[in-house]
Ligand binder design. Structure first.
Ligand code: NAP
Ligand code: HSE
Length: 432
């Protein structure tokens, strides 16, 4: 048996360079923990001419064939990102009998079935802890430590960029455009921040989390998604006045018998909820199980070393499996086929902010319209907010099906006294 486990790294950007550093800095303790040396044999990059001091002494290539055809390579670590060619490279590596570790949520959320199928067929490991929550352990806890539970709910702050932006808006009253610019200047938000601010990054993570928590395949297209770009300082003020914070949450619920409900959207969260104090770029995932009750996993959801922490842990797991001739054993855990619950059937409380004419009878007309649609109101606030001849009405509903709220709002906008539906945000109620 070889005394070194050989690794090929696909990508040496933020995460890849972190993986190189962790493997170098912790080389001795990792060797002691595994009983064998881990060595990076080859690193695949796009631009071989780029100066990369972290890769000094390592073989760098731009040709994937040198990796897939190298019989010495035991583990391929995919940290290049994107759908293609990352998916094809992972599949080819597995076809060649190599174990794969990845941080790639895009491929998992869209092609999870393909990669698990291939790993199963070839009897190799496929690990992906870093794909959700960066350095936070959540995939392994769901598959191992919490496996005694029926998980009914998983709810997370899984996007650091938007959590940083919402925290700044809550703390400083800044507007969306200003905090987005600041997040870009600090390097949290990308030059094209669409995937983060419109909720797509969180939706990919929601699909992965729900698939594992509920043992059923949830595709990205099953997740209903709404981002944070419509949140204004006015919504932030109302949230504070009512005792809430606004968070972008990835939510998965297993409504026994009625299907799986998976969504990403901003939420009014009670200030007393454990997720409400998760601020800045930090991430956290809250899990409810029928034996453990509530549990929460908190930490850095992105960044070079935190993400590398999860990737290297996966490498160690695979290395141990190689040692014990145990690869390819715990792969896809989606052994059920549960239906996805249509969004229209999902019940929530809602915050609804309307711009209306400031004249007598308006409140009554609005309450009647809600009532006719079957939407029961918990509270109503009317303010002028310095708007000439107009007022704002904020209604908070009791729990109601999404369909009824949609129909109430369609009727509302037809009322001559209602000028605009300014925002609609779900409220996570403590009395549910
Ligand atoms: P990154 O900084 O953009 O690095 C990507 C690396 O992959 C670069 O070294 C690039 O080569 C290489 N690469 C890209 N396309 C390639 C191709 N077609 N052929 C060869 N090499 C290619 O990306 P990252 O932030 O490290 O993210 C990597 C993965 O980790 C993504 O799936 C991401 O979603 C996931 N992830 C990232 C974080 C984070 O904090 N950044 C956290 C959790 C998960 P060049 O250097 O030559 O351009
Ligand atoms: N763009 C992600 C975030 C990090 O802002 O949390 C990578 O998953």
């Amino acid at each position: 048996m070889k005394d070194t486990i050989q690794i090929a790294l696909l990508g040496s950007g933020t995460v890849g360079s972190g993986v190189v550093r962790v493997l170098k800095e912790n080389e001795r303790l990792l060797t002691e923990r595994i009983g064998k040396r881990l060595a990076i044999k080859t690193v695949l990059v796009r631009d071989a001419a780029k100066k990369r001091p972290v890769l000094e002494g390592l073989q760098v290539t731009t040709d994937f064939e040198t990796i897939v055809n190298d019989p010495d390579i035991d583990i391929v670590v995919e940290v290049m990102g994107g759908l293609h060619p990352a998916r094809e490279y992972m599949l080819r590596a597995m076809e060649a009998g190599k174990n794969v570790v990845t941080a790639n949520k895009d491929v998992l959320a869209q092609f999870g079935q393909d990669v698990f199928g291939c790993a199963e067929k070839k009897g190799v490991d496929f690990q992906f802890e870093a794909s959700v929550g960066g350095g936070i352990p959540i995939i392994a806890p769901l598959k191992h430590s919490l496996t005694a539970n029926r998980i009914t709910e998983i709810m997370g702050i899984v996007n650091g960029t938007t959590n940083y932006m919402l925290t700044k808006m809550m703390e400083e009253g800044s507007c969306y455009d200003d905090v987005l610019r600041e997040a870009q200047e600090k390097g949290y938000a990308e030059a094209d921040p669409t995937a983060d601010v419109e909720g797509l990054d969180a939706a990919r993570k929601a699909a992965i989390l729900a698939s594992i928590a509920f043992n059923t395949r949830v595709h990205l297209s099953d997740v209903s998604v709404e981002g944070i770009s419509k949140i204004t300082p006015a919504d932030i003020d109302y949230a504070k006045d009512l005792g809430y914070v606004i968070k972008l949450l990835a939510i998965g619920k297993d409504t026994e018998g009625k299907g799986i409900d998976v969504r990403v959207h901003p939420v009014f969260l009670p200030q007393t909820h454990p997720l409400s104090s998760v601020n800045g770029v930090y991430n956290a995932i809250f899990v409810r199980g029928n034996a453990i009750g509530e549990a929460m996993f908190y930490g850095q959801g992105a960044g070079s070393l935190p993400t590398a922490s999860a990737v290297v842990a996966d490498i160690v797991e695979v290395a141990r499996n190689i040692q014990n001739h145990n690869c390819g054993k715990l792969l896809c855990t989606c052994y059920e086929e549960k239906p996805i619950r249509p969004l229209d059937e999902v019940e929530s409380c809602y915050y609804i902010r309307l711009l209306v004419d400031d004249k007598p009878g308006v409140l009554g007309a609005i309450a009647t319209t809600f009532g006719k649609a079957g939407v029961s109101l918990k509270s109503v606030i009317q303010t002028r907010r310095n708007i000439a001849e107009h007022a704002e009405i904020v209604a908070v509903t009791h729990r109601v099906e999404h369909k009824l709220v949609r129909e109430a709002l369609a009727a509302m906008i037809e009322l001559p006294v209602v000028d605009e539906v300014r925002n609609v945000i779900r409220v996570e109620s403590e009395q549910e």
